[in-house]
Design a protein around this ligand. Structure first.
Ligand code: FBP
Length: 552
């Protein structure tokens, strides 16, 4: 197979490990803290996770005394959307296993969690691993969004673990997949199985984070990929001075990606869904905000600009959030009946007797193409697929109408010409940045140490990420510590709490300090392409979000 020069070069890149994990295997010592509690709903969660609730935090330190050299059989799953660095998590896990005991075996489950349910595996050899080191994508074993939820699926997963004689399963996924990991860990133990379950924090969305998980992997690379493209559009807009670019950015719920890209490129507008929700901003109010910038810039002679729109925005606009929640519930309750209707007129008729009138009216105000997108299939976790809702087109249409009305009243005399874009899939399989390559490899290696130490129901954790990699801290966080109960799609469930943009946090506050200037002036930054080779200040920097969150 022919490969690109960069891929060839990246094969030889040696990911950096924190000091506590490098050196001899015998030197890694495992320290446990005090018992932990969930975020809330303590009693209910304690009764759901009878055997795995409340375990201590785990930290790895350099020392002597651990015996983690036994022969192990481990299975690994890539779950959910692709995120740059997934292959390196597997490489770190593989290298840890083999370094401790060359007879250990790593199975890859093909196609995500369904590979565990249906026992579809491949034995990962040195040759396979070497072919994927430091590359993007999840194609080594593939991914999937199957949720392990029925009694049969749990039983089949246990069956597979028994058949393969697995000591552990590692689930590399986002909040939903790690919730699944917690449930599986509990199920295995409760059913007398010794197979351990360990999670790893993956998602470009950056919303799987807390005090012990500073960021999910893939966020760094995805944001830098989108920022390169946005920066290029900024420069194009500033050169031709004729287009407003409306850019939707991935991130199913949280606006972390949009916010990071705003720091990297300084656009005229960046909408933050969490703020929209907190201020209960309607669609009309959002259009007001965008038009204010367009009018002001036009008065300055600048009929061009950049608007960043987080993918999940629609779910945070109060009237639309209510509508989506109601749609999710009725579609989940009467899935089969709804699936038989395909055209919008019949779907609207079906809905008319099932959702409240106020929401039905909101649905009627949406352009037909967008209304149809609200009714598309949910993902296996019951979420509306916001990546398929063209929010950028919805907004641009409303802005155009508003500006035309303002022109009639002589409140605006500029020229509004626009382009719409959606950057999402472009960033999910990029070659991981040096940061993601190192972070992922460390997460995988740390998962190995958790397994070799006999732990279950933990997520691999690597912290202190704004410091050089050698100073990173590694260990494990009990999955139940990150959980609470939430109402999701018609029932109350234990879930890992999603980390949305914190409106009291330093990143958001820094953005607010700057945004008025950006809205009026042209302050664009052009970050350029990700650099893999060269000085550390160009190649090894973490995201601006991480620095703003952790720099003292
Ligand atoms: P994960 O939460 O599984 O990491 O996926 C994130 C994401 O990239 C979202 O940003 C996006 O909305 C969604 O996946 C798209 O999913 P799909 O790949 O199924 O179209």
């Amino acid at each position: 197979m022919s490969i690109s020069a960069l891929q060839n070069a990246r094969y030889t890149y040696k990911p950096k490990l924190p000091d506590c994990l490098s050196g001899s295997i015998e030197d890694i010592t495992v320290e446990s803290g005090a018992p932990t509690e969930s975020i809330s709903d303590f009693e209910q969660l304690r009764s759901i996770f009878k055997t795995t609730y409340g375990k201590p935090l785990i930290t790895f330190v350099k020392g002597k005394g651990s015996n983690i050299k036994h022969e192990l059989k481990v299975g690994v799953i890539l779950s959910g959307g692709q995120a740059p660095g997934g292959h390196n998590v597997i490489a770190g896990l593989f290298d840890g296993l083999k370094k401790a005991n060359p007879n250990s075996v790593l199975y890859g489950f093909n196609g995500g969690p369904s590979g565990l349910i249906n026992n579809k595996t491949v034995i990962l050899t040195q040759e396979i691993i070497d072919e994927y080191r430091n590359t993007g994508g999840f194609d080594m074993i593939g991914s999937g969004r199957t949720k392990i939820e029925t009694a049969e699926q749990f039983a089949s997963s246990l069956q597979t673990a028994k058949k393969l004689g697995l000591n552990a399963v590692v689930i590399i996924g986002g909040d939903d997949s790690n919730t699944n990991a917690a449930l599986l860990a509990e199920y295995f133990l409760a059913n007398g199985s010794t197979t351990q379950v360990i999670g790893c924090p993956k998602t470009i969305d950056g919303d799987l984070k807390n005090d012990y998980i500073e960021t999910s992997f893939g966020f760094d690379t995805a944001c830098k990929t989108y920022s390169e493209l946005i920066g290029n559009l900024c420069r194009d807009a500033n050169s031709s001075k004729k287009y407003w670019h409306f850019i939707k950015l991935m991130g199913r719920a949280a606006s972390h990606i949009a916010l990071e890209c705003a720091f990297q490129t300084q656009p005229n507008i960046c909408l933050i869904s969490e703020e929209v929700e907190a201020k209960r901003m309607s669609l009309e109010k959002i259009v007001d905000q965008i038009c204010a910038s367009i009018v002001k810039r036009s008065e300055n002679g600048d009929d061009f600009g950049i608007v960043l729109i987080p993918e999940g925005l629609v779910e945070f606009i109060p009237e639309i959030k209510k509508l989506i929640d109601e749609l999710n519930d009725v579609i989940a309750e009467e899935e089969k009946s709804f699936a038989t209707i395909t055209n919008l007129i019949d779907q609207m008729y079906w809905l008319s007797s099932r959702i409240p009138e106020s929401s039905y009216r909101v649905m009627q105000t949406l352009p037909p193409d967008i209304a149809k997108q609200f009714l598309m299939d949910r993902d296996p976790h019951g979420n509306v697929q916001v990546s398929r809702i063209e929010t950028e087109k919805l907004l641009v249409g409303m802005v155009e109408k508003r500006l035309a009305a303002m022109k009639e009243k002589q409140l605006y005399s500029g020229k509004f010409t626009y382009q719409t874009h959606f950057f999402g899939y472009e960033g999910r399989c990029a070659f991981p940045t040096n940061f993601d390559a190192d972070y992922c490899y460390s997460l995988g290696f740390s998962a190995f140490v958790l397994i070799a130490s006999g732990l279950t129901g933990y997520i691999s954790s690597v912290r202190n990420l704004i410091a050089p990699a050698s100073e990173w801290l590694a260990g494990g966080v009990p999955l139940t510590m990150m959980m609470n109960l939430e109402h999701r799609h018609g029932s109350t469930k234990p879930v890992i709490k999603k980390a949305l943009v914190d409106l009291n946090g330093n990143p958001y506050k820094t953005f607010v300090k700057n945004r008025e200037t950006w809205a009026e002036k042209t302050c664009f930054l052009f970050p350029g392409a990700i650099q893999y080779y060269g000085p550390a200040e160009v190649c090894d920097q973490p995201t601006i979000t991480l620095k703003l969150e952790y720099e003292k």
